[in-house]
Write a protein that binds this ligand. Structure first.
Ligand SMILES: Cc1cc2nc3c(=O)[nH]c(=O)nc-3n(C[C@H](O)[C@H](O)[C@H](O)COP(=O)(O)OP(=O)(O)OC[C@H]3O[C@@H](n4cnc5c(N)ncnc54)[C@H](O)[C@@H]3O)c2cc1C
Length: 636
């Protein structure tokens, strides 16, 4: 597998402009001759599909939900970063770039991250032009708040529903193109196979989830915008439908999978409350602008939070990280919460919780201000826990939230498989080993609105593409494979539900590859996952048939992929013998419990190549730091 990242040379700030000027172009009259498939209609997919159609390409867009508007992006709460410096607090493209490189614990590419920071401002302009109702100051300027890992306020937001408002903007742009006939939308369609002809991605096989019909779609290029795979842990803040299927099947067709072990654990989620829970709820990081995190100083203190005097509280983030305080990055804040709970100072049932307390902010600013900023989040919390966070502190605990790993892409966002482009959370993104809050929306929209529309033209203009349509034998074979797999799932006719296997896998993943990992645990997981998988294929019960709506069958296919992918994740984690960002190997930590990188051996992206029944091969893309000095991260 060849890993040529194609990062342009020259000064950091000129790379993208020069690259854009050098990219090959497809002339306006020729664009309509090219057909591009975009799988996914979240922020990355919808923005890409709309932009490509505006440029003149023929686009087909797919999603498994009943409407593109229901993509998981809609759940994003807190905000989107951009280096606009509206607060005049010293922000700049360089600072956003630097914060992101440092936040990712020096495991991302300088060239990509600088480009991300450069286009961040244009995203806000684009969204404002679409009518996205960002919060504003009294005088009309767009408002900003702070997010973790930054000492400036650069996060644009729309109350606690930023993702929803951004998605409505992208969706309207998409609908406009659908209305014009430039995009054909296939909702309730699930991609099950990537079709490769003569070494290039030339289409997909998708199942109509309503009728069960298997269909082939040919194109000149394929874009995956299929989101993240956090649900391999079963419990996560992701929507229940989020999965790894499209990316994993592309991996099986030759696309390298990069850093699958880089998972983000978010520190502020509503704690797990019981065995029957199937979903976790995020409490946005924006809450840490005003909420203070604490636990009792004494072990096993069972008093109510309001009965514990100030002097007997440990505001551990403020104590340990005075310069960033409650806005320490997610990986650090998550580990600190775990540490406090492991130390017997956790609160709530089972002691797996810490307080997020708004009483100081309410006293300082008044309840109406807090209500204005976070009302929908407070309401959501109260509905779930039956506790009023205006009166008693929230209880929170870390949970799986985002995946930095994904399909490897070069500077043009193309995978190792020519013609297959990957954008948004589905690619191994610009966030290294830890994503900073409010940076996923920025990256997804950067990819979709401002990067892919340029770079895909370079591929289409340069590739010699034979005429291929859905009658090609590669499509017939792929359809057959997808069909046989569904039949195999139905034929097992065992005794256990799909969910019971997913949950069992999730337990293994969380216990052995979750917030803290070590070699022994990962080896245990690598033994256990194939056993669960074997039992799945002998004992799963998938009721119903394939030629109809069958949600158990949809779920079974996704869980079958998780059962293979979980192993790849653990394999990657065991090979990376260092701690960095969200990848915390307990064997590799500093005396004060921080992540200890091994730059000499691991300053690279690990990229896995599928080898069928043989073990996958680990390749590396070395990361070069020309403009930023590799340093131990410190937020103290
Ligand atoms: C609760 C929550 C809050 C968040 N808040 C923030 C925030 O405030 N700021 C921030 O920057 N980030 C936030 N994030 C992260 C951010 O929301 C996501 O990373 C981002 O929205 C992902 O966008 P996407 O377009 O890549 O994927 P998604 O929005 O997940 O979209 C995936 C699309 O792919 C489609 N798809 C998937 N598989 C298939 C298949 N096999 N066939 C057909 N279609 C398929 C789906 O139907 C969907 O349309 C949050 C995440 C969560 C979970």
């Amino acid at each position: 597998m060849k890993l040529d990242a194609r990062i342009p040379g020259g000064p950091l700030e000129d790379k993208w402009d020069r690259h854009r000027a050098d990219l090959r172009l497809v002339s306006p009259a020729n664009k309509r001759k090219f057909h591009v498939i975009v799988v996914g209609s979240g922020l990355a997919g919808a923005s890409a599909a709309a932009s490509l159609a505006e440029l003149g390409y023929q686009v087909s867009c797919f999603c498994f939900q009943d409407s593109p508007r229901r993509a998981h992006s809609i759940a994003a709460q807190g905000g989107i970063n951009a280096a606009k410096n509206y607060q005049n607090d010293g922000d700049s493209t360089w600072r956003l770039f630097h914060d992101t490189i440092k936040g990712g614990d020096f495991r991302s590419r300088e060239g990509n991250v600088y480009r991300l920071a450069q286009v961040s401002g244009s995203i806000i302009d684009q969204c404002v032009a679409q009518g996205v109702p960002f919060a504003r100051e009294y005088g009309g300027m767009l408002a900003n708040r702070s997010f973790g890992g930054a000492q400036v306020s650069r996060t644009f937001y729309a109350r606690g529903q930023t993702g929803q408002q951004l998605l409505i903007g992208a969706y309207q742009a998409l609908e406009r193109m659908i209305g014009r006939g430039a995009v054909t939308m296939y909702s309730r369609h699930e991609m099950l196979e990537l079709v490769v002809v003569s070494g290039r991605a030339r289409g997909i096989v998708a199942r109509d989830l309503v009728t069960g019909e298997m269909q082939s779609f040919a194109a000149d290029a394929v874009v995956l915008a299929t989101g993240g795979y956090g649900n391999v842990f079963f419990l996560s803040t992701n929507a229940k439908g989020c999965n790894v299927t499209a990316a994993y099947r592309a991996y099986k067709k030759g696309a390298g999978f990069a850093n699958p072990c880089f998972t983000q654990i978010h520190p502020t989620c509503i704690p797990v409350s019981g065995e029957y829970q199937s979903k976790l709820t995020l409490m946005s990081e924006s809450l840490r602008n005003d909420g203070r995190v604490w636990v009792p100083k004494a072990h096993g203190d069972t008093r109510g939070p309001r009965e514990i005097p100030e002097a007997e509280r440990d505001y551990y983030l403020e104590r340990k990280y005075p310069s960033f305080g409650n806005l320490a990055p997610r990986d650090i804040a998550s580990r600190a919460a775990k540490e406090a709970c492991d130390d017997g100072r956790g609160v709530g049932p089972g002691g797996r919780g810490v307080y997020l307390d708004f009483s100081s902010a309410i006293a300082r600013l008044g309840e109406h201000v807090i209500r204005e900023r976070y009302d929908n989040l407070f309401e959501m919390y109260e509905r779930i826990t039956a506790e009023n966070p205006y009166k008693v502190p929230m209880r929170i605990y870390p949970a799986v939230h985002y995946t930095m790993g994904g399909l490897w892409v070069d500077y043009n966002l193309m995978s190792t498989l020519p013609g297959l482009h990957v954008i948004g959370e589905a690619n191994f993104s610009d966030h290294g080993a830890n994503r900073l809050g409010a940076s996923a929306l920025m990256q997804g929209l950067a990819d979709g609105y401002f990067i892919l529309p340029y770079t895909i033209g370079d591929y289409l203009a340069g590739a010699k593409l034979d005429a291929v349509d859905a009658t090609h034998s590669a499509f017939r074979e792929a359809e057959q494979r997808a069909h046989e797999r569904l039949q195999a799932l139905l034929a097992v006719d065992g005794a256990r539900s799909v969910d019971s296997f997913h949950k069992e896998l999730g337990h293994v993943m969380w216990n052995e590859a979750g917030m803290a990992r070590n070699r022994d645990g990962l080896i245990r997981a690598l033994q256990r996952i194939p056993e669960i998988r074997a039992e799945f294929w002998q004992n799963v019960k998938v009721p119903g048939a394939a030629a109809t709506l069958n949600q158990s069958l949809e779920k079974a296919g996704r869980v079958a992929d998780f059962l293979e992918f979980g192993e790849l994740l653990c394999r990657d984690a065991v090979e990376r013998e260092e701690s960095c960002g969200g990848h915390f190997r307990t064997e590799y930590q500093t005396p004060d419990g921080e992540a200890q990188r091994d730059d000499a051996r691991f300053t690279h992206a690990a990229v896995w190549e599928y080898r069928g029944d043989d073990a996958p091969i680990r390749h590396v893309e070395p990361l070069e730091f020309e403009f930023v000095k590799l340093a131990t991260r410190s937020y103290r």
